[in-house]
Unconditional design. Sequence first.
Length: 357
Amino acid sequence: MSAAAGQPTADPGIGPQLLAVRDLTTRFVIGRREFAAVDGVSFSLDRGTSMGIVGESGSGKSVLARTIMGLLPGSGVSVSGSAHLNGTELVAMTGSQRRRLWGTAIAMVFQDPLTSLNPVMKIGNQVGEAVRAHRKRLDRSEIGRQSLRLLETVQVPDPGRVAGLYPHELSGGMRQRVAIAIALAGDPDLLIADEPTTALDVTIQAEILDLLEALQAERAMSVILISHDLAVVAGRTDQVAVMYAGKIVERGPTAAVFDDTQMPYTQALLNAVPKLDLPSHTQLAAIDGRPPRPDSIPAGCRFAPRCGYAQPRCQAEAPPITAGKRAGHEYSCWYPLGSRAVPAADPAHELDAGSRA
């Protein structure tokens, strides 16, 4: 994709990735208070690959996605850092420049299709509206044919009948398929799916996730899958980023993050996934406490108040990004799970150990 006239030019320093995010920060201003909902996030995504972004509600996942898309309100928000898509800077774009990219370069599937679809507009017209926006020279009959083809692509049964229905006449799974069809109308390079299965039962969840996986392979499309559930992204993404309180605390190839987990928060999310091999009525694991408020972030590790392995150093100093054993695997933790033994050279730990004795 080449930059359209009037858009910022490509940065020659950006590599071959489709998306390169560097130190992206999103701040909200409420009255005299200012806080960062996304704080210094960096990652990259290659063409044709997929990435899962996982974390509890309020961790900054959706704000990150909307920042990349440029869907945040114009007032009371400031964005710094960079996000390059196909070498073109997104952060510096105006609204009209972003609209040229929406649908064709980058598209988004939202969490609740009942609110993202127009309740008083028939399905066929909504899909056709998206087709018309990206292919302005098509006549009405061709727009109708392409709309039905898109509904077939997302495996909507009897698309001709469904095209004449309203959103409330469809099930949640069918509405989400329609939302995906609309997002695909412009054949985007990158599709962001923001918790697309949250409101669906587990059987339909699997169908929607399988559909996204098949569409990615068929169209050589890159996908960012946002979820609060690590089990959703397991086996379906090439890499995973775990977010907590606005920061990425662990990321890397999916196999590395799952097989060699280093961050206690990541492990806590894994423990919270229900296990089918456990006896009936087994109490589910939960993470004690709540994530910090964006306007009251602790000075040290943001997860320290809830972490069973926290030491005084964790409370006082924010941990740096540390490289894991596998290529591309990184985490932020002073005392990673792989090393469980706390370094004796840490004077803060020695002091704490002495006080406990």
